[in-house]
Write a new protein. Structure first.
Lengths: 183, 286
């Protein structure tokens, strides 16, 4: 989108603020940090707008890529503790696979779903957020995160199974209502 | 019967399977209620995630603060530009004027209706593929055509502009003696959207032929001057060092111009012609 002015950037990018905020909110799991992340994303995008080439899919994938890169760069800089290892996550996944599909009604579970998403490792959370909120394809997610499609599929597989296990765990703990006709 | 692995069910639930594989899975699901329930669960989970996350509003104060930050950034960048100095700006402005001053179009005059007729006949209705390039990656297309064609043809790679695939090609030409390679693309998710890309062996410009003359279309079919073959087909033409490109499609003109501007040449030719490509886009109006 060479040669477009400042107004064009705001007109193109600001409509995507809600979507970016939602992703940032779940990535950072903190309201203030998410605002900071989104602000840094928009400022970086604004400065780089001269080199941006809009294609048929618009500016949103580009903004999401900047947001994800900024988030993970921050994480690396701040040297946070690593999430649980892949092996433990894999064990959880295997346990869920045997029980598919769970007998669970997903209506009215917004808070539980958010909490389950927050429990995911950042790499899995990023993939799941793009898959769920943006409804992107595997290829689009791979392009944004700059990972192979196989990695996207693997992370998504683990993320959704871990999510399922978390939600099913709530049912077993008796904290949620069961669907009619279940045990 | 198709094997219903967990990975396959997930890909099916996400709409990621090719049509053939999707049909196989659907047939297998009809006899496997548990697998069908698993698919329903994955779809429900995705919807539940979206629903719960979409409910998160952007704090109003933050949205206002962001606008202010962008405005402040704009001021900062403007100050940096001013520091370049007036002489620098004047030189830059002069260069810009010289670059953008319209130049008279050069090239052989060609009636655009000939391209439109080829687009309709070969790409839309008959799906001719005399070049044997259907489903070929554009880069492979160019390699194959370079060996066969008597001129340095090149195929604009529309796959870089969105989800398009090569659907066929032919060598029908709108003017006698003019060598043309016609490769047409179809949108992956909208099969009715067909875009023809022509590579021509010489610089051309659009010009309607006088009445009484005719233009040649596919299979020797003649289109008489005065007949409205353009219909709602938009076209753009642009020149390169040794030839021209034309894009034709039933798309809004602005969209076609954007595609023409973004379509990259297949790698082999891009390095050769990058400096020779003139971006004076001429548009044939329907």
């Amino acid at each position: 989108m060479q040669g477009t002015g400042e107004k064009s950037f705001e007109a193109l990018a600001l409509p995507h603020l809600p979507a970016l905020y939602r992703i940032a909110r779940r990535l950072t799991r903190d309201e203030h940090e998410s605002e900071d992340l989104v602000q840094e994303t928009f400022l970086k995008a604004y400065r780089a707008f001269g080199s941006f080439e809009e294609r048929s899919f618009g500016i949103r994938p580009w903004l999401i890529k900047i947001l994800n890169n900024t988030f993970f760069n921050r994480q690396a800089r701040e040297r946070r503790s690593p999430r649980p290892t892949d092996q433990s996550t894999l064990d959880e996944t295997q346990a869920v696979d045997a029980a598919m599909p769970p007998e669970l009604d997903l209506e009215d579970l917004d808070q539980e779903v958010k909490a389950a998403i927050d429990d995911l490792a950042p790499e899995f959370r990023a993939v799941l957020l793009l898959w769920a909120t943006m409804e992107l394809s595997y290829k689009e997610i791979a392009d944004i995160l700059e990972v192979p499609i196989g990695t996207v599929m693997s992370r998504l597989h683990r993320a959704r199974h871990q999510l399922t296990r978390r939600l099913d765990g709530h049912v077993r703990a008796g904290r949620l209502a069961r669907t009619p006709g279940t045990k | 019967m198709s094997e219903l692995t967990p990975e396959r069910l997930e890909a099916y639930a996400d709409g990621e399977l090719a049509p053939t594989e999707r049909a196989e899975v659907e047939a297998a699901l009809r006899g496997d209620p548990r697998a069908a329930a698993t698919v329903a669960w994955w779809r429900g989970l995705r919807a539940a995630c979206k629903r719960s996350l979409d409910a998160e509003p952007v704090p109003t104060a933050f949205a206002t603060q962001l606008q202010r930050s962008l405005s402040a950034q704009r001021v900062i960048l403007r100050r940096r530009i001013l520091r370049l100095g007036v002489p620098g700006l004047a030189a830059a402005a002069l260069f810009l004027v010289i670059s953008l001053w319209p130049r008279p179009a050069e090239g052989t005059p060609v009636d655009p209706r000939g391209f439109a007729a080829i687009h309709d006949q070969c790409a839309v209705h008959s799906r001719h593929d005399t070049l044997g390039v259907r489903s070929m990656p554009p880069g492979t297309c160019v390699s194959k055509l370079k060996c066969k064609m008597p001129f340095a043809c090149c195929v604009p790679n529309l796959a870089t502009c969105g989800k398009y695939h090569v659907d066929g090609g032919c060598t029908c030409s709108p003017a006698s003696g003019m060598k043309v390679v016609h490769v047409y693309f179809r949108a992956d998710e909208a099969p009715d959207v067909v875009i023809s890309a022509f590579s021509i062996d010489r610089p051309i410009k659009f010009a309607a032929r006088p009445k009484g003359e005719s233009v040649t279309a596919c299979g020797g079919r003649q289109v008489k001057a005065g007949e409205d073959e353009l219909g709602n087909i938009s076209m753009v033409v642009w020149k390169r060092a040794e030839g021209s490109y034309v894009l034709a499609a039933r798309l809004p003109e602005a969209q076609l111009r954007q595609l023409a501007d973004r379509a990259t040449l297949a790698r082999a030719e891009r390095l050769l012609h990058e400096r020779g490509v003139e971006r004076d886009l001429a548009v044939a109006q329907p």
